[in-house]
Ligand binder design. Structure first.
Ligand code: PPS
Length: 295
């Protein structure tokens, strides 16, 4: 594509108080009027919280553990990113319109921006949350390799922006808290990345229960294997290596980067950590939600 420089590294644009990619903001009415179907399963996350991991697990569940079937296409085709509209490159709304049911739908939207058809149709939703410090680190590396984001600046600068909610999809704090509240009134299974790391089998069983599905243990074990970090990292249908280098440069930082809990310890200085924790307490004090920053 000739005009890539016009697409990438542009400033985020405010949509109802939430910073989004400029091209999503431009096509916002298309996203807002998205038509959910009653049998859609929505996968909702703040960026870098385990979206791809849970998506792969769910596609494996939907295909009864058949890993070959799950290699039919890249993860972003099997589980379209609803609001991602990039001219000439991607249109999640269009992709989903042309997809047969039952659909797996990915979103990073904060709860207040989710198209109303999901609520009207009482769709089942799976939310995955990850501790803020690991998300901030993962997001910093992702900003560097995925060129739809503005330039991240230094780690110190990026961390300040993260704490202020001035990054793509806005405030982590509001995102996790508001989805947590919403689970009281809708069919939302709220999961944690750290629990998935600690006991992925237990999380798969929770998913099966939520989806009212039965599966032999042997199939569950297959799903566990094929959704493990090491196997997904080597799988071109799961590791985003099929995206063009202009859009995602894995030589800067691979999409499947480390996949651990507690990596923030390698990135935060003592002073940054103190400042972060103090601010965190203030922002999270009104919520019953708790996180583990290491396991
Ligand atoms: S995105 O771009 O927002 O959809 O990214 P997302 O998939 O939510 O998050 C990417 C991080 O998840 C890690 N990951 C995994 N961890 C453990 N096990 C598996 N199978 C797995 N798959 C992806 C990925 O490595 C990113 O985290 P970091 O900390 O950067 O490694």
């Amino acid at each position: 594509m000739d005009n890539m420089q016009n697409i990438f590294r542009r400033e985020l644009v405010d949509v109802q108080g939430v910073p989004l990619f400029w091209s999503i903001a431009e096509q916002w009415s298309e996203v807002e009027s998205f038509e959910a179907r009653t049998d859609d399963l929505l996968i909702s996350t703040y960026p870098k919280s385990g979206t791809t991991w849970i998506s792969e697990i769910l596609d494996l569940i939907y295909n009864n553990g058949d890993a070959e079937k799950c290699k039919r296409d890249a993860i972003y085709k099997r589980v379209p990113f609803m609001e991602l509209i990039i001219p000439g490159l991607s249109n999640g709304v269009e992709q989903l319109k042309n997809m047969q049911s039952p659909r797996l739908v990915k979103t990073h939207l904060p709860v207040q921006l989710l198209p109303s058809s999901f609520w009207k149709n009482d769709c089942k939703m799976i939310y995955v949350a990850r501790n803020a410090k690991d998300v901030a680190v993962s997001y910093y590396f992702f900003y560097q390799m995925a060129k739809m984001h503005p330039e991240p600046g230094t780690w110190e600068e990026f961390l300040d922006k993260f704490m202020a909610g001035e990054v793509g999809f806005g405030s982590w704090y509001d995102h996790v808290k508001n989805w947590w509240e919403k689970r009281k009134d809708y069919r939302i299974l709220y999961l944690f990345y750290e629990d998935m790391k600690e006991n992925p089998k237990c999380v798969i069983q929770k998913l099966l229960k939520f989806l009212e599905k039965d599966m032999p243990e042997e199939t569950v074990d297959k799903i566990l294997y094929h959704s493990s970090f090491d196997v997904m990292k080597q799988n071109p249908s799961a590791n985003y290596s099929t995206v063009s280098k202009e859009e995602m440069d894995h030589s800067v930082s691979p999409f499947m980067r480390k996949g651990i809990s507690g990596d923030w310890k390698n990135q935060f200085t003592v002073a940054q950590h103190e400042k972060f924790e103090e601010d965190y307490k203030r922002k999270m004090k009104d919520s019953t939600l708790t996180f583990r920053s290491e396991i």
